[in-house]
Design a protein around this ligand. Structure first.
Ligand code: NDP
Length: 434
């Protein structure tokens, strides 16, 4: 905390990992003596830069951009770019730190990084977003490359932004190469990448339930968010026979007691992903309640998937879910549970899937996009879906291996932290003190 003043999110993420890793390294002096955790908790480097652009009225606007390159022990830095007015260096440091463990868990050769800007794309015209992306890439391009650092999308950075960023990279370098993932299929994007994080969350949940001889059929589910992760998680839940009751955005949540079916979800996809509308409109279109300024955690459910943003599920939300006998909470967003909420879920012994394991499907398919780009091939949807399913099963297996207690209860948070740490730590030991 003293070393990182004012960086609450980053400190929270490091403390979350440290509570499991410190007892673990006490039994593994080689990691302790080499100060591996402290080294991972100090990013390799942070690049911070000015992004200057002109809005549609001719005003000059100045924003700040960052790239946090946290750790490249097991592969090139890899992690998304976030454009939102809530972006700070602390948020990006926490995300890059988490990404290091998540990418390690996938088993693919990817280190951890994250970047973005405090630029808020909401309400900006297409041309404004394009000019901002071009200016952002005019500095970022010198710090990234297919073998050094491969950014992707995140909040506020979808297919449109990736297109503008990739176009500018190509213009500046004269090279077509797999420097970004999340590209459209016309220029090197992987099939299934858009769906992968949300689908992967549900595949992970399916594994957790399967271990208890439970399935998704007939289960009620509360989902927060209505962006890429939330909508694809909801889509897969519906396909598996679960009843999705809620979706949300930063204005509040909608509660559809009949359940959001495939048709209604298609309507939301058009609303949120194409028209960039507000979730409140759902309640005007269908028979549903809109709860302004609220999160959906006190809706009675079997399963909760927080898929919006960090710290959206606090201690009160956790209590409400536990009072309603929630069976499983699986994190689609990064660090959506506050430290207190996470503690409450672990103490209650419910199925609690942490983000770094449960939402790793997106970056895993990004890793597969990198492989396809390097070998100039394009794999089919079904093949990738099988690979994603196996990757999520494998991550689940690693969490069980490292997180299972003597009583047979699996602490997925501990399992994910230790399994993610071990691979990076072993690579760092091999490199010596550098
Ligand atoms: P999107 O930008 O597509 O969607 C984000 C959603 O969260 C929107 O519905 C947004 O609402 C909502 N939201 C944002 N802030 C708040 C808030 N303070 N309260 C309530 N709702 C809020 O992002 P993604 O779906 O891509 O990402 C969601 C989360 O998943 C993030 O934590 C991200 O880091 C994580 N993630 C994403 C991956 C991916 O592949 N996309 C991969 C792994 C993790 P609004 O429209 O009002 O802003």
């Amino acid at each position: 905390r003293k070393r990182n003043p004012g960086q609450d999110e980053f400190v929270q993420a490091v403390e979350d990992v440290a509570q499991d890793i410190l007892p673990f390294v006490a039994d593994h002096p080689e990691y302790h003596e080499a100060e591996i955790l402290r080294r991972i908790a100090e990013p390799d480097r942070i690049v911070s830069f000015r992004v200057c652009w002109e809005d549609d009225d001719g005003n000059v606007r100045v924003e700040r951009g960052w790239r946090v390159q946290n750790n490249n022990a097991v592969g090139p830095y890899k992690g998304g770019l976030r454009f939102s007015d809530s972006v700070t260096e602390s948020v990006l440091k926490f995300l890059a730190f988490e990404q290091t463990f998540k990418n390690s868990l996938t088993g693919l050769p990817m280190g951890g990084g994250k970047g973005g800007s405090n630029f808020n794309p909401k309400g900006k015209s297409d041309r404004e977003v394009m000019r901002f992306c071009q200016s952002f890439m005019s500095e970022l391009f010198r710090h990234i490359g297919p073998d050094t650092d491969v950014p992707a999308g995140d909040i506020g950075v979808g297919a449109r932004e990736i297109g503008y960023l990739f176009g500018q990279y190509k213009k500046l370098t004269g090279r077509w190469e797999g420097v970004l993932t999340g590209k459209a299929s016309e220029y090197g994007g992987s099939k299934l990448r858009t769906e992968a994080t949300g689908y992967g969350v549900v595949y992970f949940l399916r594994e957790m339930l399967g271990a208890r001889d439970e399935g998704l059929e007939g289960k009620s589910a509360v989902v927060s968010g209505s962006g890429n992760v939330a909508l694809h998680a909801a889509e897969k839940l519906i396909a598996e026979g679960a009843k999705v009751l809620t979706l949300s955005d930063s204005d509040g949540f909608i509660h559809d007691k009949d359940g959001i079916d495939e048709e209604k979800l298609e309507w939301v996809k058009t609303l949120k992903l194409e028209k960039r509308g507000r979730i409140a409109d759902y309640a005007d279109e269908f028979d549903a309640e809109f709860h302004e300024g609220k999160a959906p955690w006190d809706v009675d459910c079997d399963i909760a998937l927080p898929c919006a943003t960090q710290n959206e599920l606090d201690e009160d939300g956790a209590k409400a879910l536990l009072d309603n006998d929630v069976l499983a909470v699986v994190e689609g967003a990064n660090m959506p549970s506050t430290a207190d909420a996470s503690k409450a879920f672990r103490k209650a012994g419910i199925l609690f899937g942490p983000a770094k394991a449960a939402n790793a499907g997106g970056v895993a398919v990004s890793g597969l996009e990198m492989s396809q780009n390097s070998s100039r091939v394009s794999w089919e949807h079904d093949k990738l879906d099988r690979m994603l399913t196996e990757l999520m099963q494998d991550i689940h297996g690693k969490c069980v291996e490292e997180g299972e207690g003597e009583d047979g209860h699996v602490d997925y948070v501990r399992g994910a932290n230790i399994a993610g740490f071990r691979k990076v730590a072993d690579a760092m030991l091999a490199f010596g003190v550098v």
